[in-house]
Every structure is written in structure tokens, then in C-alpha cells.
Design a binder for this molecule. Structure first.
Ligand code: PMP
Length: 414
């Protein structure tokens, strides 16, 4: 199917669905999956996914480098995960209490994550980051929360990137610092005075539309020291990177252990689940706070998570994705050089970003993506992408052929 995807969506099923959606859904779609900001030709609606491929409602097939913006870590429709989910669904999902798989999953995670003595489950990443902050405040009796400027932690008022509908009071106890900048964190800790509850930090700097920065180990160690000195919680927001870089939590790669970690996205290969993993010191606070949701004890996503994490461990998923991500990165570098196009690649190989030099308005990135999409690869021009364990060398090589068409399109722009 590759090489023949039509770019025009006129008279397509996708176009008709978008028109209907605009009538009954605000803006056609809320949030990060709204395709309006994607380059020309990108579909909004999808029919199915299998392995590292997705098929849109018009039957166009793409090698997928967004993986549902993170959740798909083993590949779409992974047989072991689907079997576990089906098996649990046959017995029940949302019951009057959790199924035994809750305890199995918590035990697996406590065994896998060195800083975890307990786990607590929610649905989305924003549930997990919000509850982690609440636990830190309950455990310290303090209010101030240090957050890196530009980092994304969810779509609720204390952290939403939009200020529409947000009050100043929602942000009253948030103090900003700059990622990887020790002096700015020290200044923020000083500003918090005796009221510091937590420092919140993403696994690496993955703000939209700028190069990705890995955490400087000196910076990470300093956060640990500052939290220890103040008796505050170090919270790693591992929602986006969790289980792609390291199965013990992403900061195991740099040897710094948080007090609390927030996970979601990849934990259950597409089934809805969020989690907090925490150390002993925070168990009592996690017991005291009131945190819950109608679907938080649903058993099917937990069964899916148990199967996902077990499989990731069996195959060393992070290493598999790192190898394939590196193959993609090396191939893109070769092709860009061949076309005389200057790019910069950043981030861990499992979660790469490709930016074009002198491309402030992302015209080159968009042209690259549209042409690659037409040739069968689904890349993103501004957001970090995601590898899955279903990407094989052959898939990467096929995607590189599509990227070749993308670079040719950029080269033609002059
Ligand atoms: N934290 C980070 C680092 C994220 O990337 C995201 C989602 N992109 C969230 C929190 C929020 O997760 P969710 O959308 O599942 O609420």
C-alpha cells in the first residue's frame, strides 16, 4: 500500500466525519488529537491499528511514529495484551471493587520500580500528576510546588497550558524554574521558603516545538538534594516517557530516584490506566488523601497493564525501541545529508524529534511530513515521536523510503 496514499482528503470519509463532528463537538475535537494543526493530508479519524501500522477511515495505511501519542508501546492490537484484556472482560471490568489483578499489577510494579513501595492507580496522566501533588502536600503540610517553565503535566487548572477558564488562585502556589538550570531551581526553592511541598519534573525536557533535552545528571542530583534538605517530595512526571526508556522509571538511567512517579500512556498498551509509584515515606499521605474515580478500579486495563509490563520485561522493550529508534535516526541523518537538507535530531532514540534548520514556521517540517505521509509514514513535525516494540528493521527501512520522499519535498523548497 505504501507509496500510493492520496494526499487530498476531498470527498473522503474523513472529511465527511469532520463536517459532522464540527456540528456536535466543540471545535470538531478537543485537545491534542485534533488534527487541525497537523500538516496537509493528515487524517483525523482512524479505522484500525495493527502492529506498527495504522489505517485511516479512507483505507490509507501508515507506519506509525506517534503510537497514539505514546500509549502504544508493544504495537497496536498486541495479541498477548488483547488476550489478557478479553479474558478479564469475560469475567468483569467495572465491579463493586477491584479484581485480584489490582494486587498482581501493584506487586509487579513494586518489584520493577526501585523507588516504589506502593502503587495507586487512576485513569489518565493528569490524574496521576494531580494526585502525586496532593500526596506531596498532604505528606508535608505545605503548599508550594516547583514546576519547570513550559513543561506539560496535564489539562487541569493547576497545569493546563491554556489560561482560558483558569483562575489566578488555581496557580497561586506554583513557582516556575527552568529545566536543567540548577540556579533557577535554587532560587525557586528560596522563594518557597518553609512552604515547599514538592519539585515536579518531567523525565526529560520534551516541550512542544523545540529541541528535546535529556536531564543533566548534575541537575537531577541537585533536585534530589534540595528535596531531601527541605523534606519535600521529588516527583518525576514519567507519564510520557515511562516504560519506554527504563522499566524501573526513566530516571534510573541517570541514577536519581524520585519519591513519587506519575505514569500513564504506555503502561497498558492503549488501555486507560494511570499510576503513581511511591516510596515508604509517602505511604501514609497516600492513604490519607481522598482520590478516586468511577472507573479507576476497572479490571480490564489492569489486566492489559500486567500483560504489557510482563512482555516489556521479557523482551527488554526499552532496548528494542532504542535500537529501532537509532536505526531511524541514523537513516534520517544519511538521507538529510544526501538531500543537502540540514536537520537536528534530539531526544532519546525511543522518543525522537526531527527539526529542520531555519524553519521557524515549520513549513519545512510540514512539507516533509505531508510528503512522507503520502508515501506511507506517519511522522510529526513539532512533537516528539514514539517508537514501539512492533517496529522492525524492515519497517524502519520502509519508513525511511517515505522519509526520502519527505526530504526531496524539502529540498525542492530551496
Ligand atoms: N504529563 C506528561 C509529561 C504528559 O506528556 C501528559 C500527556 N501528554 C500528561 C502529563 C497528561 O496525561 P493525560 O493526557 O493522560 O492526562
Amino acid at each position: 500500500m505504501h507509496g500510493s496514499n492520496p494526499l487530498s482528503l476531498a470527498n473522503s470519509v474523513d472529511t465527511a466525519l469532520r463536517a459532522r463532528a464540527r456540528q456536535v463537538i466543540p471545535g470538531g475535537l478537543w485537545g491534542h488529537l485534533n488534527a487541525a494543526s497537523l500538516p496537509e493530508g493528515y487524517p483525523q479519524f482512524f479505522a484500525r491499528g495493527e502492529g506498527c501500522r495504522v489505517v485511516d477511515v479512507d483505507g490509507r495505511e501508515f507506519i506509525d511514529f506517534m503510537c497514539s501519542w505514546g500509549p502504544i508501546v508493544l504495537g497496536h492490537h498486541h495479541p498477548a495484551v488483547e488476550a489478557a484484556a478479553r479474558d478479564q472482560a469475560a469475567r468483569g471490568d467495572t465491579l463493586n471493587g477491584p479484581a485480584p489483578v489490582l494486587v498482581d499489577l501493584a506487586e509487579l510494579m513494586v518489584g520493577m520500580i526501585p523507588h516504589a513501595d506502593w502503587c495507586l492507580f487512576e485513569k489518565n496522566g493528569g490524574d496521576a500528576t494531580t494526585a502525586a501533588v496532593t500526596i506531596a502536600r498532604a505528606g508535608t503540610g505545605r503548599r508550594k510546588l516547583l514546576v519547570a517553565r513550559g513543561s506539560y503535566h496535564g489539562a487541569v487548572p493547576w497545569c493546563s497550558p491554556s489560561l482560558a477558564g483558569v483562575t489566578a488562585e488555581d496557580r497561586a502556589h506554583i513557582i516556575l524554574y527552568d529545566y536543567n538550570d540548577v540556579a533557577s531551581v535554587e532560587a525557586a526553592v528560596d522563594a518557597a521558603g518553609g512552604d515547599l511541598a514538592a519539585i515536579l519534573v518531567t523525565a526529560f525536557r520534551h516541550d512542544m516545538a523545540r529541541a528535546l533535552d535529556l536531564p543533566d545528571p548534575v541537575f537531577a542530583r541537585r533536585l534530589r538534594e534540595l528535596c531531601d534538605a527541605a523534606g519535600a517530595a521529588l516527583i518525576v512526571d514519567d507519564v510520557r516517557a515511562g516504560f519506554r526508556l527504563h522499566l524501573g522509571g526513566s530516571w534510573e538511567t541517570i541514577g536519581v530516584r524520585p519519591d513519587l512517579s506519575a505514569f500513564s500512556k504506555a503502561i497498558a498498551n492503549g488501555y486507560p490506566l494511570g499510576a503513581i509509584a511511591g516510596g515508604e515515606r509517602w505511604r501514609e499521605a497516600a492513604t490519607k488523601i481522598f482520590t478516586t474515580g468511577s472507573f479507576w478500579c476497572a479490571a480490564v486495563p489492569m489486566a492489559a497493564a500486567l500483560a504489557t509490563l510482563t512482555e516489556l520485561k521479557r523482551i527488554d522493550g526499552p532496548a528494542v525501541m532504542a535500537r529501532m529508534g537509532q536505526r531511524l535516526r541514523d537513516g534520517l541523518a544519511r538521507l538529510a545529508a544526501r538531500h543537502g537538507v540540514a536537520i537536528s535530531q534530539s531526544g532519546p532514540p525511543q522518543m525522537p524529534l526531527v527539526l529542520f534548520d531555519d524553519d521557524a514556521g515549520f513549513a519545512k517540517g510540514s512539507a516533509f511530513c505531508s510528503a512522507a505521509l503520502k508515501a506511507g509514514a506517519y511522522f510529526h513535525p513539532r512533537h516528539n515521536m514514539f517508537l514501539s516494540c512492533a517496529h522492525t528493521e524492515a519497517d524502519i527501512d520502509t519508513a525511511l523510503e517515505a522519509a526520502d520522499a519527505g526530504f526531496a519535498a524539502v529540498a525542492r523548497m530551496g
